[in-house]
Design a protein around this ligand. Structure first.
Ligand code: GCW
Length: 692
């Protein structure tokens, strides 16, 4: 009797508490009714589409959905048309995307809209900065899912294939259709046969999900692999080498996407080593892949250790080359002109190159935003960026419209995100970092989505508790919405501004410590380090004030922005305070719009950031009963670290800047609890993962 009782108890306990480790991402929905799928065509992709629909169907019991693969002028690329009859698309992949759209709507309670849905960008790309030894540059979620070191590292195992398939499915479900498998700081190895064999195996797993593989190519590969004496892009031997390499790759992987290249940047070789331009270099590779329909994504992240303001260099380098790139080249431009800072104005290259295809690059991995320790929902940052008006073709020339083909006819349109995926069970290192992968895919598919909508979807898909009692119909009760969804969503939507506040408010940038890019280091400037890699170069704090003068009296970077932005950023009356110290060097007692001094306002921002994170802890603790135990404690413990880190950031920056301002920290805010000399001697390191 006793045993029976415990079995029964155990059964009910296991029903109500589902162990969740985050591995299933936002794909936790299970069908509650049956659906009949009719398709006149058969293919692996359509089989997947059918299976997904049957596994996740939450619609009316016994409904029929018809898949129709038939060209329609209104449907573009991977787009699809939803109607009461089913899903129509030009390609099998379009059907698959239609299925995911249907399921998303069912599982989030969103109304299913009939009509055509087309993606904003043709290519929705993840860039993996994965090295051949399995490490991941700026990766905070474990080792690479593609590469590893050691004996047999190139043997493809069943486990590899299972993981790649899960990865493919997750990407397809949010519309990502391209992936670059290796770091832009590339190894030539990936272009050698043994590695290409593994690329082929990856491509085979990803293909049915509509995802093409791309590789980062090292410009000096011809010399490194085959000992060519030069890599000069106009040298016939070099040209032939790349042609032969492209042929070799396409023989193995007929739908290979093409190359991504970081050249003449941070020590990487490039065409300028031979007195040639970025256009010469890009066209060399573009011509090699052209016969197979391949493309080249050539990065504009270039800057030298010169006296020229780093924020100006990419524009200076690339704008004169406008029109010189072949039509299968896309210039990949980071969202901001410096690097993936918590906040930057958009890069002035957007909209400025009118005869060249441009694609935005954002960073999903949180290199400068607390790695996988801080909860920072990046969607709001990307939304702000995509909606920024460049004015290049009159008002309304947003970055989104300048890059998605609405304004400039581009042969290809694309957007890339630097991936945060690794071998960690939950893929991203932080449960909430998954929302950034999700948000990137959703915005790449629809660059008009709001972060509110994305957060709403993600929370419902990721945290709704399925149980026997609610399996047949997803209903988000008022209790769930009021006590979980809305406070947690609010926290997500505020989280990026909080990070800006406690790290780099009012336009401050690049003031993190050393190369780890985690803690504060406004003082960090070791002798013999390139000036443009040290924080004092960027904050310019001295006894008179703080900030980088990028107006006419300074580097004049403002001139790279189209009017009225040039004037707006230059004029203190109109420069948004969020960018104030990005564009201006101002006295400590400069009067802000609030009437406070710049110093007081700076202090308030740092303190507000800290208080916001303390508030996030409360929000999360209150949400405990709505979250499964493992994910709850995961996030709770990370928020504790984030709180400590926010305190360190506040104390470090305020105490350090105070050595210049010589002004008191306003008495109505909490006092620092750290000493500056200790902080300096003990640069804040990312907490060891062992603590988690
Ligand atoms: O943000 C910087 C990173 C480097 C990175 C580089 C780039 C891949 O610190 O790690 O290198 O940008 O984007 O090329």
């Amino acid at each position: 009797m006793k045993t029976l009782f415990s079995v029964v108890v155990l059964f009910f306990v296991s029903l109500s508490i589902q162990a969740e480790d985050g591995h299933n991402l936002w794909l936790r929905g299970k069908s509650s009714s049956t659906v009949n799928v009719v398709s006149s065509k058969k293919s692996v992709t359509l089989d997947i589409a059918k299976q997904e629909l049957q596994q996740g169907w939450q619609g009316k019991e016994g409904s029929s959905v018809v898949f129709t693969v038939k060209a329609d002028k209104l449907i573009k690329g991977d787009g699809f048309k939803l109607s009461s009859a089913g899903i129509q698309a030009n390609t099998d992949f379009g059907i698959l995307y239609g299925v995911y759209e249907l399921l998303r709507c069912q599982q989030t309670g969103e109304e299913i809209k009939e009509g055509v849905i087309n993606p904003s960008y043709d290519l929705r790309v993840l860039n993996h900065w994965d090295n051949m030894d399995g490490s991941v540059e700026r990766g905070y979620a474990g080792l690479s899912i593609f590469w590893r070191k050691g004996e047999n590292s190139l043997v493809v195992t069943e486990n590899d294939k299972k993981l790649w398939q899960e990865y493919a499915r997750a990407n397809a479900s949010i519309g990502i259709n391209a992936t670059v498998l290796n770091n832009v700081n590339a190894s030539q190895l990936v272009l050698t046969p043994a590695y290409l064999n593994r690329v082929k195996a990856i491509a085979e797993v990803l293909r049915p999900y509509g995802i093409k593989v791309y590789l980062s190519a090292k410009f000096s590969a011809p010399a490194l692999i085959d000992k060519l004496k030069t890599c000069d892009p106009v040298n016939p031997e070099v040209i032939n080498w790349w042609k032969a390499k492209a042929k070799e790759i396409y023989t193995m992987i007929p739908d290979f996407g093409g190359f991504l290249v970081k050249a003449n940047s941070e020590g990487q070789s490039g065409p300028q080593d031979y007195g040639r331009t970025h256009a010469d270099g890009a066209n060399l590779l573009a011509d090699a892949v052209k016969p197979y329909g391949g493309i080249v994504m050539w990065r504009a992240f270039v800057y030298a250790a010169s006296d020229e303001d780093r924020a100006k260099q990419a524009y200076n380098e690339f704008v004169p080359l406008d029109g010189k790139f072949h039509d299968n080249v896309i210039i990949q431009v980071k969202n901001g002109p410096v690097d993936f800072m918590p906040r930057e104005p958009f890069s002035p290259l957007f909209g400025a190159m009118k005869k060249t295809s441009l694609m935005p690059e954002v960073q999903v991995t949180q290199e400068y935003l607390g790695h996988s320790i801080h909860l920072v929902f990046l969607s709001t940052m990307w939304e702000e960026f995509l909606k920024s008006d460049t004015y290049q073709e009159g008002p309304g020339s947003t970055v989104a419209r300048c890059t998605d083909g609405s304004i400039f006819p581009q042969k290809y349109t694309a957007i890339a995100g630097v991936s945060n995926v690794g071998l960690d069970v939950n893929w991203c290192g932080h449960q909430f970092a998954q929302s950034n992968w999700y948000a990137f895919g959703r915005l790449a598919w629809n660059n008009k989505l709001t972060s509110d909508q994305i957060a709403d979807e993600w929370l419902k898909l990721t945290f709704y508790k399925y149980s026997k009692s609610n399996a047949d119909q997803i209903s988000f009760s008022a209790d769930w919405k009021d006590n979980f969804l809305s406070p947690v969503k609010k926290m997500m939507l505020e989280s990026r501004e909080a990070a800006v506040n406690y790290m780099m408010p009012l336009g401050l940038h690049h003031i993190m410590s050393a190369n780890e890019h985690y803690g504060p280091g406004p003082w960090w400037a070791p002798a013999r380090t390139r000036k443009d890699w040290t924080p004092p170069y960027y904050h310019q704090a001295d006894s008179l004030g703080i900030g980088f003068d990028r107006t006419k009296t300074g580097s004049n970077a403002v001139s790279q922005y189209h009017e009225p932005l040039n004037s707006q950023f230059s004029d203190l009356k109109t420069c948004p305070e969020t960018y104030l110290l990005w564009f201006h060097h101002l006295p400590w007692d400069y009067k802000m719009k609030s009437g406070k001094t710049l110093w007081d306002e700076l202090c308030n921002h740092y303190d507000a950031g800290l208080q916001q994170v303390r508030g996030f802890q409360k929000v999360w603790d209150k949400a405990q009963s709505y979250v499964d135990a493992q994910r709850f404690t995961d996030v709770q413990s990370k928020l504790r670290s984030q709180s400590k880190n926010a305190q360190t950031w506040k104390d470090a920056c305020l105490l350090y800047f105070q050595t210049f301002s010589k002004m008191p920290i306003p008495y109505d805010i909490e006092r620092p609890i750290n000493n500056l000399d200790e902080l300096i001697n003990n640069d804040m390191k990312r907490p060891s993962l062992i603590n988690y």
